[in-house]
Design a protein around this ligand. Structure first.
Ligand code: B12
Length: 457
């Protein structure tokens, strides 16, 4: 059974992102002696020609696509990736009878809808390492692939690893790591899976499960060493939260420090679990910046969004970063349940007062099924359960819907370190390319100095 693994993620904002999930799946195929090849479309000049030649050269029996993003969750100028995925699959169908299997976070969020919309044969929900290998072996027992009835969603509970140290490192060798480092500014690595927190809109527990499973610092240190050998010296810890549990984060930093690994990195963090000791350890371990998923800086709004921290926690974490010399950024979500222009103004005032290196501010919240926000939106009759969730569907508090966009237009003129991805404000792909061409690494918001990026994308 020849398996072609395809990454059709060609989004380059805020950066091209290395397809870590597919690299994990590749390692699982390698371990099981299943012949496979990688086709990463991120830097392909002609995606259709690349697909056609991969099929001609390798004659795959199964083609696995890693679907990371459904859309860019940005309002009002959203981008949806589904038309491109459909094109990719239609080029595959023209050339090949291979079974098409889709996996990745997008599939976990809208499995059936995506499976039918994309005309795939199988959708794998959750961790792909064991589930996909089992599916390939099952398919191998059918002489004619068409006899295996699809379309079908596959979710195998045993596919969820309890001990992540038993999972092989992602197989990165067949990807263009240098291109990701150059144009994306970093590689990526995962220290844990799962999220126990209860943010009302959040999809992370759906994608990774609610229970946290951690890798040992030794296992992580070994992987960083192997990445360094491949020249990947700048990375992003893709954990939903790097700094929870705090003792695990400290142990990972300590491992990097003890081994003297020359690596620079960045991560997501929760303000509640920030201590001076942790931030100092992170700096000593090469961390250049942290991004707080703060969402709001207003007590009632933090409660409405299901956050587990207070405005004081936000101030405290920011002060520690500021005093220690750690670049930090707050991501905000304006327009959740209960938001008014007063709560928006208070959030904006507090965050401005904290003076972070940058702010990434989304307006409206993309709603996915099975989140609490989905139920709130149904109760408030914002939309019906029959809504088409493949389309970018946003919750935007009715109390701000008329005023928020003009407010942002005005506010952003005087605040160049505030990025509004949904309005293409203070992010500029031209400058992004220039900075990367000059070898700037890490998240570009770290370098967002007044006026440096220009206003519009
Ligand atoms: C870290 C992260 C980022 C970082 C990435 C940094 C970096 N250099 O890596 C940054 C900040 C850059 C980022 C940006 C964006 N992100 Co983001 N990000 C994440 C996050 C937290 C982790 C992703 C990750 O690496 N996971 C670890 C890997 C190992 O897991 P995995 O990919 O899911 O793979 C496993 C399974 O899915 C499966 N699998 C994967 N592929 C395949 C293939 C087959 C065939 C099979 C069978 C199985 C399989 O097996 C894998 C191993 O177990 C996720 C949330 C989450 N928890 O998933 C959001 C997430 C992926 N991001 C999301 C989005 C929307 C974006 C942006 C569009 C946001 C924006 N407007 O800027 C951009 C897009 C960037 C791009 N170029 O694609 C969404 C995507 C879903 C959606 N709503 O459409 C997510 C799910 C968060 C959310 N809001 O729901 N992101």
């Amino acid at each position: 059974m020849n398996v072609l693994l395809v990454s059709p993620n060609i989004e380059t904002l805020p950066d091209p992102v290395f397809p870590l999930g597919l690299a994990y799946v590749a390692a699982a195929l390698r371990n099981n002696n299943i012949p496979y090849r990688i086709l990463d479309l991120c830097f392909a000049e002609d995606y259709a020609a690349s697909i056609q030649s991969a099929i001609d050269d390798f004659h795959p029996d199964v083609i696995g696509l890693s679907l990371r993003n459904v859309d860019n969750v940005s309002y009002p100028n959203y981008v949806t990736y589904l038309p491109f995925y459909r094109q990719v699959i239609s080029v595959i169908r023209e050339k090949s009878n291979a079974a098409i299997v889709i996996g990745g976070s997008a599939v976990a969020l809208v499995p059936d809808l995506l499976l039918y919309h994309l005309d795939a044969d199988f959708g794998v929900i959750g961790e792909g390492e064991t589930t996909f290998v089992k599916l390939i072996k099952d398919l191998g027992e059918y002489e004619n692939m068409q006899d295996f009835t699809g379309p079908r969603i596959v979710r195998d509970a045993s596919g969820v690893f309890q001990d992540l140290d038993t999972v092989s490192f992602p197989e990165r060798s067949e990807f263009d790591n240098r291109a990701y480092l150059k144009w994306g500014g970093m590689g990526n690595i995962q220290t844990k899976r799962g999220c126990p927190f209860k943010c009302v809109y959040c999809t992370y527990p759906i994608i990774e499960g609610k229970r946290i499973r951690m890798r040992s610092p030794k296992h992580i240190g070994d992987e960083i060493e192997s990445m360094l050998q491949d020249g990947i010296d700048n990375l992003f810890f893709v954990d939903n939260l790097f700094n929870y549990p705090i003792d695990h984060a400290e142990a990972v930093c300590q491992e990097i420090i003890t081994r003297q690994l020359p690596v620079r990195w960045s991560c997501y963090a929760n303000p509640k679990f920030v201590t001076r000791q942790l931030i100092e350890l992170m700096l000593a371990a090469g961390c250049t910046s942290v991004e707080f998923g703060s969402d709001a800086a207003h007590e009632a709004m933090l409660g409405n969004l299901g956050k587990n921290f207070t405005v004081d926690d936000l101030r405290n974490a920011s002060a520690i970063c500021g005093e220690s010399g750690m670049s930090f950024c707050h991501s905000l979500l304006l327009g959740g349940p209960g938001e008014t222009m007063d709560t928006v103004r208070q959030t904006v005032a507090v965050i401005s007062d904290i003076s972070p290196t940058a702010v990434i501010c989304m307006i409206g919240i993309r709603v996915f099924p099975h989140t609490r926000l989905f139920h709130i939106a149904i109760e408030e009759r914002v939309f019906s359960p029959e809504e088409d969730f493949l389309k970018p569907v946003f919750y935007l508090s009715p109390a701000i819907e008329n005023e928020i966009l003009p407010f942002v237009e005005e506010f952003s003129k005087k605040n160049p370190t505030w990025i509004f991805p949904g309005m293409n404000i203070n992010m500029n792909p031209g400058h992004q390319r220039t900075l990367r061409r000059f070898g700037i690494k890490g998240p570009l918001w770290e370098h967002l100095k007044k006026g440096r990026f220009g206003r519009r994308g």
